[in-house]
Design a protein around this ligand. Structure first.
Ligand code: M6R
Length: 366
C-alpha cells in the first residue's frame, strides 16, 4: 500500500508530479489560452463583479490560501483577505452578499472551516470550496467548488494536498483574470504552457532526494530553525516551518525575510539553521541582502536557489537547486525540497512521520 516507500509521506511527496497532472487534467488548454473550471463556470458574473475575496482555512490549507492571495491579486486584480477560519468565525466579520468566500480544506471536515462557511453563508456570501475528499461535508456546504483530485492523503503532514490546492488556486486566479480581462491572451498562453510542464520540473526536483538527505543529516540535532522568504516565497517559508515542526518536533518559524530585523534576527547564532527561499524572482536582490544579514551573525544558511545560480551559492552554506520557472509557479517547486528536508530530518530523529504525536489527520473538533 505504500508502493515500496518507507512511509506514506514519502510516497505522497513523490506522487506530486502525478497528482498535479490529475489536478490540471481537462482544466487547461494551453494552446488556446483557456482555463475551464466546470465547478464554478456558472458563477462567472459573480467573479467579474467581485469587490473582494475572503479565503478561510486552517494549517497548511491556510498557507495555500496565502499563495492564492498573491496569485489572485496579481492576475485578477481582486483584493483578497486570507483568514484563519477559527479567528474569522468568532470575530463578527463584516460580510455581505457581494462577498466571495473560498474555503480550502483537504479533508473537507475541519470544524472551524465549516463554522466559518456557515457564518458567511448566513450573511449572504457566495461560498466556493477547494477540497480534496469528494463528497465530504465542506463540498456539501458550499455553493460550488473545485476539487483538488490529489487522491487520498494518508500522512498527517499535508504534502500533495498542499501542492494540489496551490494548483487549483492558480487555475482559479487565471480563470478570474481571463473573465475580468486583466490578463492578455498571449500572457495566459505562455503561463499555461509553463504550468503544464510543472509536473516534469517537480520530477526533476525530486532527483535531489539523496542530496537533501545529506543536508538533513547535518541538521537532525538542531533545536530551532528559521524559514525565510519574500513574496509568494513567504507562504512557502511558513509551510516549510510547519512541516518541520509537526513531524520532527523541532521548533521552527517562518517569516517574511524583511521582518527579520524587527525581532527574530536576535535569535541568530552559529546554532541556528536558516532556510531561505532565494530563487531568481523579482525579490532576488533583496533576499540576497537578507542572507548577508544572517551570515554576518554566523547563522547557517540553507538556500533554495534557481538552477545555475552562482551569487547565493557563494554565500550560503548549503544550496538546493530547483528548475527555473515563472514566478507564479515558484511555490509549487520550492515547496518540494522543504517537504523532503523535513521528512528526512524526522526519520533520522526516529519520529513517527506518518502519525506525529498529538495530531489527527482531520480536525473535526474546534
Ligand atoms: O483538512 P484541512 O485541509 O482542512 O486541514 C487543515 C489542517 O488541519 C491541516 O492542513 C494541518 O495543518 C496539516 N497537518 C499540516 O500538514
Amino acid at each position: 500500500e505504500k508502493g515500496g516507500y518507507e512511509h506514506f509521506m514519502l510516497k505522497e511527496i513523490f506522487e506530486q508530479p502525478r497528482s498535479i497532472r490529475d489536478c490540471m487534467r481537462g482544466r487547461i488548454y494551453p494552446e488556446e489560452g483557456k482555463v475551464q473550471l466546470g465547478g464554478i463556470k456558472d458563477y462567472t458574473e459573480k467573479f467579474k463583479n467581485a469587490d473582494r475575496i475572503i479565503i478561510v482555512a486552517c494549517g497548511t490549507s491556510w498557507h495555500a490560501g496565502l499563495v492564492g492571495e498573491y496569485l489572485i491579486e496579481e492576475y485578477a486584480r481582486i483584493p483578497v483577505e486570507v483568514e484563519y477560519a477559527s479567528e474569522f468565525r468568532y470575530r463578527n466579520p463584516i460580510i455581505s452578499e457581494k462577498d466571495i468566500v473560498i474555503a480550502i480544506s483537504q479533508s473537507g471536515e475541519t470544524a472551524d472551516t465549516m463554522a466559518a462557511i456557515e457564518l458567511a453563508k448566513e450573511r449572504g456570501a457566495t461560498i466556493f470550496g477547494v477540497c480534496n475528499v469528494v463528497g465530504a461535508s465542506i463540498p456539501r456546504l458550499t455553493h460550488a467548488g473545485v476539487y483538488t483530485h490529489a487522491g487520498p492523503e494518508i500522512g498527517v503532514a499535508s504534502t500533495k494536498a498542499f501542492t494540489a490546492q496551490v494548483t487549483v488556486l492558480t487555475l482559479m486566479a487565471f480563470y478570474m483574470a481571463q473573465t475580468k480581462g486583466t490578463i492578455t491572451q498571449s500572457k495566459l498562453i505562455s503561463l499555461l504552457i509553463e504550468l503544464e510542464k510543472i509536473p516534469d520540473l517537480i520530477e526533476r526536483t525530486l532527483l535531489s532526494n539523496d542530496y537533501i538527505l545529506g543536508i538533513a543529516e547535518k541538521f537532525k540535532d538542531s533545536r530551532n530553525a528559521l524559514f525565510l522568504g519574500r513574496g509568494s516565497g513567504f507562504p512557502v517559508a511558513l509551510e516549510g516551518a510547519l512541516k518541520l515542526k509537526e513531524i520532527s518536533y523541532i521548533h521552527a518559524e517562518g517569516y517574511p525575510a524583511a521582518e527579520m530585523k524587527h525581532g527574530p534576527i536576535a535569535l541568530i547564532d552559529e546554532e541556528m539553521p536558516v532556510v531561505v527561499i532565494a530563487t531568481k524572482t523579482s525579490s532576488y536582490e533583496k533576499v540576497i541582502s537578507n542572507i548577508q544579514e544572517v551570515k554576518a551573525r554566523k547563522g547557517v544558511v540553507i538556500a533554495i536557489v534557481t538552477e545555475g545560480d552562482t551569487e547565493v551559492k557563494n554565500m550560503a552554506d548549503y544550496v538546493i537547486e530547483i528548475p527555473h520557472a515563472d514566478e507564479a509557479f515558484l511555490p509549487l517547486l520550492a515547496t518540494i525540497p522543504l517537504q523532503l528536508l523535513s521528512y528526512h530530518i524526522a526519520v533520522l530523529r526516529g519520529c513517527n512521520v506518518d502519525q506525529p504525536r498529538n495530531l489527527a489527520k482531520s480536525v473535526t473538533v474546534e
